[in-house]
Design a binder for this molecule. Sequence first.
Ligand SMILES: Nc1ncnc2c1ncn2[C@@H]1O[C@H](COP(=O)(O)OP(=O)(O)OP(=O)(O)O)[C@@H](O)[C@H]1O
Length: 264
Amino acid sequence: MKEYNLNESFITKIAEEKALTTKDLQVYYGNNHAIFDANLEFPRFEITALIGASGCGKSTFLRCLNRMNDKRARVDGEIMYRNLDINSPKINVYEVRKHIGMVFQRPNPFAKSIRENITFALKNAGITKKEILEQRLEQSLKDAALWDEVKDDLDKSALALSGGQQQRLCIARSIAMHPDILLLDEPASALDPISTSKIEETLETLKKNYTIIIVTHNLQQASRISDYTAFLHLGHIIEYNTTANVFTKPKMQATEDYVSGNFG
Ligand SMILES: Nc1ncnc2c1ncn2[C@@H]1O[C@H](COP(=O)(O)OP(=O)(O)OP(=O)(O)O)[C@@H](O)[C@H]1O
């Protein structure tokens, strides 16, 4: 693999309102230092893509943003959300996850009905009024572009849905909680091209109301749907800029090689 100077980077500052900011974020799996000095500002109501070769730390970084690494890694540094450092040990992680939701690579609906997949977490969060549950059910399924396909089958098992429908159900389940930020870890990598384009359309619509941060291996997908892109290499954020700049006028050689397919 070509060697690049990992101490050189180009990290843009965001002029818009920020939804989340990481400051000097470091992640260690035992002795493996997996993320180095990540300083990124995520703009509100925009889609930011995290790209880079396998093992560069995309998922590790994403998982820090709603404290999903707590049990597997040591995470140092700050993650600022609404003037609070949500990486502080004093913070209630369940509260964090109500505001910052996560959708995983493989669709993981509960083995329950479509309705219960949406209402389960809401009920756990103390929402018991039937009208509110029904309203959240319908709205989240509409926002995830699934309502028309399932509205007559709400009491059927979620496991009977196709993979693409299951993934949109998982997005609906996340947004039913009314988070501010949605984290997605390669949400379309297990899906066929039609389901993938439905997920992409859904994300484009959702960004009106949500800040979206997505890990993707698919460079076309990053360039199609994201407003900002961060390129990671060996745990370092090498470049962060508008997606148009990252793909057409990259500042760093490593980025240019990666986006043009001359990497490695
Ligand atoms: N649970 C874990 N325990 C120990 N090391 C881990 C763990 N998860 C990831 N790592 C290590 O951290 C580094 C970054 O991995 P990570 O999965 O974040 O990369 P990635 O860019 O998301 O990769 P991919 O694109 O293949 O999913 C790798 O060296 C990996 O081996």
